[in-house]
Structure formats: structure tokens, C-alpha cells
Design a protein around this ligand. Structure first.
Ligand SMILES: Cc1cc2nc3c(=O)[nH]c(=O)nc-3n(C[C@H](O)[C@H](O)[C@H](O)COP(=O)(O)OP(=O)(O)OC[C@H]3O[C@@H](n4cnc5c(N)ncnc54)[C@H](O)[C@@H]3O)c2cc1C
Ligand code: SF4
Ligand code: SF4
Length: 817
């Protein structure tokens, strides 16, 4: 049979592999002509990253040399782009107008990098990361002293580009629109670890960052401007935000295309003489961005070309990042869903994280960071859909633990050698602890006092107790762990201590450093941890609204029928006719069924529909009213009496002091709600003595008392101090609230917390120690520089409303990225 003409468009990884397969099956079946728009033949595109980082050269990654093409009789037309295909005449037409006839045609045109059409995207110095030219541009940048680059895109490609640039000495910032890196492949926890590792390599990482414009000078890129106004100067801007199958040529030739060129299981397009392979195809609704499936396609395509039966079947995929020192692996589906369970292993000391997602007795997803040695084994279980019920208990430890007995933690501790480190913070070994126990330290406190083990971050407390148990036998009963919730055995106090001592500034850092057993905490621990983080690191930590209770998320109180109630702030209980009119107008406009005066001297608009909340807030804001935080674990109201301006008995300006306090303290988040009262004389018309802080004005000054309650428990306040001036009363109040913020367990009311620590301790800190008082006031002010704001003001603007409900990212992008 005479040889047929096979023309291939694109010398990429997929067509290269197809060609190899074909030549192995039937070396003489076709005259092959290979066109490539790039001025070179097949090379391993994946390995561009090691070329960029300097670990390999271009020569190392060439897969087919000039000799190979010659030996195999392939006619190479490199640097020549095909401009059109005339299917009727069965010819391809190159850009120069030359026509080459075919019997069979193969599309292997790959993908085009997606360039976000930001203003300035066409400036010189804005590149994608796709081919050798891009790689060489980045390598050249490394030769310029003090060069800066910005990479938009925190996916696989963007991070490999950033890591390579950093190794070349470039100052790199990664800008990523989503909340964590590689969000398609990793969960938040693994994303956090990856970010930490990259930051340790000197790469700056900005997540949840939205690019607005690329700024230029004389036609060249100068900086990237973010929509919050941040400007990131750069000499090169790499866009690695996604790829799109390169289908223009196929579409123009009249082939059926969707997102990619439609192919059947045999890799044949809608024209039986035209086949397609690689990133340019769409098979059964899917498109492809990693090489594994392309190689399967190549095998099938070669068999189809020689008339053998073969069928392309889509399989599970896995991803690894090729950045030295960042071992991560991800496969399958790890989204949360009904009926799905997680098994999580965290080893904070080694920086290891593993998560398996189980559904119906099978692993459906796996994410691993730090130690990926067992990744292939897990990937095999996913691909084969193996039933893991039998090995569930030890599954997470990997193949080495299978077939044995489940590990008894006590037996494991007993088996530890004497020099095994138990307390990482203080470098205390098991032998040191056993020696201390033998010398008489028979409980945790004594071991802590004599060895310092478990005295710093506290994560080893459980282990220390197990050593006590193993050494003392029945004489020691391991205390039942009073963890915050099922996600951790650590108590609230332990977690707070960790957050401070280890400077943990994000939820992910807490999950990892404290060895959380769940992926992302639960409804019990998340609000608490969110609070602790913002109380301890107000400038660094960004509040996570999703980790708040429904009232705080919606900035209104949910009522029993599902409607909300809205309480605008009236400073110190004072209002004006204009404010009253605005409240009345809002009540009319939004059909508020009940308008109620609260016990805290404010007006409550009850029965508001959730969807009316933003518009109603907007109207109230326009009249100068802000949220009263009646829903929050924070400052509620400062109730006042009329004081000396109007009352015959008034000794001081109690209303004025109440207003000052409310304006100072509003917006602050606290472990639980906080209420204040200021009365102008001991007749106490503001009921100040059943508040968290109550002030009674007297002739000689002010009596500041704390820790009252008038809820489930009724409790009179206790005197903190008598002070002469208003300034002192304000400073004491502020210091008390701050010390409560910094020390109390989340959801402990002030009076409960004071009962735990003792009023004497509080007095020693803030009444007797003026330095500590001043420092607390200062820290409160720092926190308020962020949080003294009206949550309505932002959410209620029409602009925000639109943003909140519109999607923030184009999730249709598909890629290795
Ligand atoms: C830096 C980088 C790192 C990567 N790392 C990984 C990884 O770790 N793991 C992984 O699985 N995948 C990785 N990928 C993705 C992987 O490289 C691609 O999936 C794969 O190369 C796609 O193969 P392809 O043959 O479909 O397309 P390509 O390899 O892109 O080849 C297409 C070729 O067609 C040519 N062409 C297009 N149109 C025409 C025309 N009209 N005329 C002539 N020629 C034309 C193009 O010039 C190109 O050379 C990475 C990609 C990049 C860019
Ligand atoms: S507390 Fe004293 S000053 Fe205030 S209104 Fe009552 S009587 Fe008057
Ligand atoms: S006192 Fe009880 S019933 Fe009344 S508003 Fe408060 S929580 Fe509701």
C-alpha cells in the first residue's frame, strides 16, 4: 500500500508522544510532515521550570533531536505556522501561503495562555509562561541587579515561575485572587503550608488580591496596581492565570468545537480524516491541562491511525509542584460534601499535613504536604477505587502501617527511646521527664515546674501525660482532655497561649501549629479562634466573617420567625429629632411591624426581612446612624441617666461620660457582649451596678465597678476603684475591657471571667500598676484603629452589594494552573 501523508500541526508534548507511538507501531505507514509555530521541535514543556530555576538547561529537556527526526524520516517545518486548513481539498496552508496535502491530519495545537485584559496588558514586559521564549525572558531578568517581578496567579505555573525567578535573584511578588494558593488542587491548610514555605524562600505572596491595572512608562511595564490602591513596582509581569485550548484554526476549518476540539473515544474529530490530541481537545465535556491524560490520548490516536482498536478513557489525575523544598501532592476530589468524611494528620514539628477524603468506604481525594513519600500508594487507592474500610484506622499513616494492629498510643509512648524529644519548645526528652517523675514529680504541674516540658506552647501536654501514665502506671490517671471542641484536645487557654507564644496570625497557622484534627475547624472553635486572632493581632489578622455566628455575619439579630431586628446606635442614649425621623422613615419604608424601646435605651426595629437589611442600613447610614451592635460579642450600649445637667441630684455629667465611653469603645469585639452604665449619683437611675462596667458619679469623682450581670445570673458589680477624674474613669474602663479581651475564654461573660482570675488580680494589673494600665489602653487603641468602624457602612453601599453577590473569579479557566 502506498504511504499516506500525515500532517501534524504542533510539535508539542502530546503530538510528540503520538508520533513516537505511531513510529513504534508502524514505522512505514505514513510520510510525516511536522509543523510547529515555535522555531524548534518537541521538548519537554513541563521541564521549563527546572530550566528557569537553573537546575536544567534547554538541551537537557529536548525530547526529539534533529537526528531523531531524520532517522525516522519526519519532515520538519519548524518556525512555520499553519494559517488555515482546506478540508475540501485536504490541504493545510502555511502563513507563507504554501500548501501541503494530507490524507490524515493531526491537530496538536495545545493551549494559549489566558491574558487578563487589564488596562496595560499589552505593555512590553508583560508575558505569559508557556514556552522557551518566556523562560529565557525570565532568565535574562535575573541578570539585572535589583530586578523586580510580579507574577499574577498563585497556581502551579505561577508558583513555579515565582520560585524560578527567586532562585535567579529576582525580587518576586505573587498576586493571587483567591484566599489561598493553588486552590484548585489544595485545601486551605495545605495552601497555608505552601505559602509559608514560599515566603521562607523570600517570595512575597498576596492572596485575595485583585489586580486593577498594569502601569507603564514609555511603553514598558512599571508596576501592577491592585484595586485597594497598592502599587507593586516591577520590571517584568508574568501572567499565569490559566490557559484556553487553541481551537481557532480548527473552528475556522469548520470542525466541531466547544471549549476544545470535539473528539470521540478514538481521538477523531467531526471530520474522519482529522484527529486531535492534547490540550486542544475536548473529550466527553472535559478539557486537559496535565500531561498524563495526553499521553493516554497519544497512545489511542496512534492506534487509530494504524487501524487498531483503542479507546481513550478519562482517569483520575494527580498534581505535584516542581519547586524544590515544597513537597506537595494532590489528587482526586477534596471538596467538602454530604456523606464525606475527612481523616487529617498534622505533625506540626515536621511541617507535615495529610488529608484523605473518604466517601462510601473509598478514598476520593488526597492532599499531602511536607511528606509525599506515600503519595503514589494513596493515588493508587483512589484510581482503583479500593475499599479501605478494613484499614481505616491506620490508613493515614501510609502503607508501612497496614496489616498490623492499630497503634495503641500508650504502647507507642512506652516504646519511645529515652532520647526521644517530647517537648520541642524546650528540648526536653522522654528520659528527662521520666527522671523528673522518678524524683517525685507525679503530676503535670510538677513535671512542668521541674522540667519545663509542656510549659511553653502546650502541644505536648498530652504526650507528657502519657509519659506520666506509662511511668506511674495505675497511680496516674490521665485527665480527660477538655479540648475546645472535637477538633482539638487543647483547651481555650492552651490555644490562646499558642497564638501568643508562637505568633500565630491566621486560622491556618492555628490549625497547623496546634495539630487540629479537622480540616478547617468547626462552628465551635472557628468563632473562638477568629476572635483570639483579631484580639491578639489586630493589625495583622484579617477578620474572617465566615467564622462568626449568624447575627454577626448579617449585622443584625435573627428573631424566632427568621426576620431580623435592627438597632441603630444612639450615643449614651441621646438622640435627635432628625435621627428619630430617619428611624421612623425606615420603619415606614421597610414595613417594620414593631418599633420597641430596649432596656438599653435604644430603638429596636423588629421584623425586618433579610433581603431588606442592606438597603435599610444604607438609608440609616445616610442619616448618620451607625450599627448599635445589638447582635455582637462586643460593646453593646452605654446606658446613662440624665446627670447633673438636668437632675437635681446629679453630681457629674453622666450623660456626657456615657457618650464619651460609647464613642471610644464602640465596634470593639470582645469575648462576649459588654454593657456599660453611668449614673449621675448613687440613686443609680442607669442601673449601672448590674453591668459589665458600671460607673457611679459621686461628689468626689467616680466609682468604677465591674463584673455585674443581669441576665441568666443576676449579680451586682464589685468596686474596682474610686477615681477623682473623668480621664481616670475612662482609662480604667478601657483597661478593664482590654484585659478581658486579652485573657478571657471566648463566650465567657466578664463576670464569669473575673470570678476565675479573681478581682484582686485584675486590680493588681490595672489599678495598682499604672504602666500595665497604660499599655492596655494603648493596645486597645491600636485595635480600635482597625475595628472602630461601622460594619453597615461598607456592606450597605450599592457598590459593595453588587460586589458581594457577583462572582469574584472567572472559574471557567482551565489549566495545569
Ligand atoms: C512551565 C510549564 C510547566 C508545566 N508543568 C507541568 C507539570 O508539572 N505536569 C503536567 O502534567 N503538566 C505540566 N504542564 C502542562 C503541560 O506542559 C501541557 O499539558 C502539555 O505540554 C500540553 O501538550 P500539547 O501537545 O497539547 O501542547 P503543547 O505542548 O503546548 O504544544 C502545542 C504546540 O503547537 C504549536 N502550535 C499551535 N498552533 C499552531 C499552528 N497553527 N501551527 C503550528 N504550530 C502550532 C505551539 O507552538 C506548540 O509548540 C506545564 C506547562 C508549562 C508551560
Ligand atoms: S442617677 Fe442620680 S443623677 Fe442620675 S437621674 Fe437618677 S437621681 Fe438623677
Ligand atoms: S430577655 Fe430573652 S426573650 Fe427577651 S429579648 Fe432577651 S433573649 Fe429574647
Amino acid at each position: 500500500m502506498p504511504k499516506q501523508n500525515l500532517v501534524i500541526i504542533g510539535a508539542g508534548m502530546a503530538s510528540g508522544r503520538a508520533l513516537e507511538e505511531l513510529l513504534a507501531l508502524a514505522p512505514d505507514a505514513y510520510n510525516v510532515t511536522l509543523f510547529n509555530a515555535e522555531p524548534r521541535g518537541n521538548y519537554n514543556r513541563i521541564m521549563l521550570s527546572p530550566v528557569l530555576s537553573g537546575e536544567k538547561t534547554y538541551e537537557d529537556i529536548v525530547t526529539h533531536t534533529a537526528e531523531w527526526y531524520e532517522e525516522n524520516g519526519v519532515t520538519c517545518r519548524f518556525g512555520e505556522k499553519i494559517a488555515s486548513v482546506d478540508r475540501a481539498r485536504k490541504v493545510v496552508i502555511s502563513e507563507t501561503g504554501e500548501e501541503v496535502p494530507y490524507d490524515k491530519l493531526m491537530f496538536g495545537t495545545g493551549s494559549n495562555p489566558f491574558i487578563i485584559p487589564l488596562p496595560g496588558h499589552d505593555l512590553e514586559g508583560v508575558i505569559a509562561y508557556r514556552d522557551l521564549e518566556d523562560t529565557n525572558t525570565m532568565i535574562a531578568l535575573g541578570e539585572k541587579p535589583g530586578a523586580k517581578a510580579v507574577v499574577i496567579g498563585g497556581g502551579l505555573l505561577g508558583l513555579e515561575a515565582a520560585a524560578g525567578l527567586a532562585l535567579r535573584g529576582v525580587d518576586v511578588t505573587v498576586v493571587h485572587i483567591m484566599g489561598h494558593l493553588m486552590e484548585r488542587q489544595l485545601d486551605e491548610a495545605a495552601g497555608y503550608l505552601l505559602r509559608k514555605a514560599l515566603v521562607d524562600k523570600g517570595i512575597k505572596v498576596m492572596c485575595s488580591a485583585n489586580s486593577k491595572e498594569i502601569l507603564g512608562e514609555n511603553g514598558r511595564v512599571k508596576a501592577l496596581l491592585l484595586d485597594d490602591g497598592t502599587e507593586l513596582p516591577c520590571d517584568l509581569l508574568v501572567m499565569a492565570v490559566g490557559i484556553r485550548p487553541n481551537i481557532a484554526l480548527a473552528k475556522e476549518a469548520g470542525l466541531m468545537v466547544g471549549r476544545g476540539i470535539h473528539v470521540d473515544d478514538q481521538m477523531i474529530t467531526s471530520d474522519e480524516d482529522i484527529l486531535a490530541v492534547g490540550e486542544c481537545v475536548e473529550h466527553d465535556g472535559a478539557i486537559f491541562g496535565l500531561v498524563a491524560p495526553l499521553y493516554d490520548q497519544a497512545k489511542v490516536l496512534a492506534r487509530t491511525l494504524v487501524g487498531e482498536e483503542a479507546k481513550f478513557v478519562q482517569k483520575e489525575l494527580s498534581t505535584k509542584l516542581k519547586v524544590t523544598g515544597c513537597d506537595l501532592f494532590s489528587a482526586g476530589d477534596f471538596a467538602e460534601g454530604e456523606g464525606r468524611e475527612d481523616i487529617v494528620l498534622r505533625d506540626p514539628a515536621r511541617g507535615v499535613y495529610r488529608r484523605l477524603v473518604i466517601e462510601k468506604g473509598k478514598i476520593v481525594g488526597a492532599v499531602m504536604y511536607g511528606d509525599t513519600a506515600d503519595s503514589n500508594w494513596f493515588f493508587g487507592l483512589i484510581k482503583d477505587g479500593e475499599d479501605i474500610t478494613e484499614m481505616r484506622e491506620t490508613l493515614i499513616f501510609g502503607p508501612a502501617y497496614q496489616g498490623g494492629e492499630p497503634l495503641d498510643p500508650m504502647a507507642a509512648v512506652a516504646a519511645l527511646p529515652d532520647d526521644a524529644e517530647i517537648c520541642g519548645c524546650n528540648g526536653i526528652s522522654k528520659g528527662d521527664i521520666v527522671a523528673a517523675i522518678k524524683a517525685g514529680a507525679h503530676d503535670l504541674g510538677a513535671v512542668r515546674a521541674t522540667t519545663k516540658a509542656s510549659a511553653s506552647c502546650g502541644t505536648c501536654t498530652g504526650l507528657v501525660e502519657q509519659v506520666l501514665g506509662v511511668t506511674l502506671g495505675d497511680d496516674f490517671v490521665i485527665p480527660a482532655a477538655q479540648g475546645m471542641c472535637g477538633c482539638t484536645d487543647l483547651s481555650h487557654e492552651d490555644v490562646r497561649r499558642m497564638i501568643k507564644s508562637q505568633e500565630l496570625k491566621s486560622q491556618q497557622a492555628v490549625w497547623q501549629a496546634c495539630g487540629w484534627k479537622t480540616v478547617n475547624g468547626c462552628h465551635v472553635c472557628r468563632p473562638a479562634v477568629n476572635y483570639y486572632l483579631l484580639a491578639d493581632w489586630p493589625l495583622e489578622y484579617q477578620d474572617d466573617p465566615q467564622s462568626r455566628f449568624v447575627n454577626e455575619r448579617n449585622h443584625a439579630n435573627i428573631q424566632k420567625d427568621g426576620t431580623y431586628s435592627v438597632v441603630p446606635r444612639m450615643w449614651g442614649g441621646i438622640t435627635t429629632p432628625d435621627e428619630l425621623r430617619a428611624i421612623a422613615d425606615a420603619a415606614d419604608k421597610y414595613n417594620v411591624p414593631t418599633v420597641k424601646v430596649t432596656g438599653g435605651q435604644r430603638i429596636d426595629l423588629l421584623g425586618v426581612k433579610k433581603e431588606d437589611l442592606p438597603a435599610m442600613w444604607y438609608d440609616l447610614n445616610q442619616a448618620g446612624l451607625v450599627s448599635g451592635h445589638a447582635y455582637s460579642k462586643g460593646l453593646r450600649t452605654v446606658k446613662t441617666c440624665v446627670g447633673k445637667d438636668h437632675c437635681r441630684f446629679g453630681t457629674q455629667d453622666s450623660t456626657g461620660l456615657g457618650i464619651k465611653l460609647e464613642k471610644l469603645l464602640w465596634g470593639s469585639w470582645t469575648p462576649h457582649k459588654v454593657k456599660l452604665g453611668v449614673s449621675g449619683c448613687p440613686r443609680n437611675c442607669a442601673e449601672a451596678t448590674c453591668k459589665d462596667v458600671g460607673i457611679i458619679c459621686v461628689d468626689s469623682g467616680f466609682e468604677v465597678s465591674v463584673a455585674g450581670a443581669a441576665g441568666m445570673d443576676v449579680k451586682e458589680t464589685e468596686l474596682l476603684a474610686k477615681v477623682a477624674t473623668e480621664e481616670e474613669a475612662i482609662a480604667l474602663t478601657t483597661a478593664f475591657i482590654q484585659i478581658y479581651r486579652e485573657n478571657a475564654k471566648y463566650l465567657d461573660r466578664g463576670y464569669k471571667w473575673v470570678a476565675k482570675v479573681g478581682l484582686d488580680w485584675v486590680k493588681a494589673q490595672i489599678v495598682e500598676d499604672l504602666k500595665t494600665r497604660a499599655a492596655l489602653v494603648e493596645r486597645f487603641e491600636i485595635s480600635q484603629s482597625i475595628y472602630r468602624k461601622d460594619p453597615w457602612a461598607e456592606q450597605a453601599t450599592p457598590d459593595y452589594r453588587e460586589k458581594k453577590w457577583n462572582p469574584i473569579a472567572d472559574l471557567t479557566l482551565e489549566a495545569a494552573e
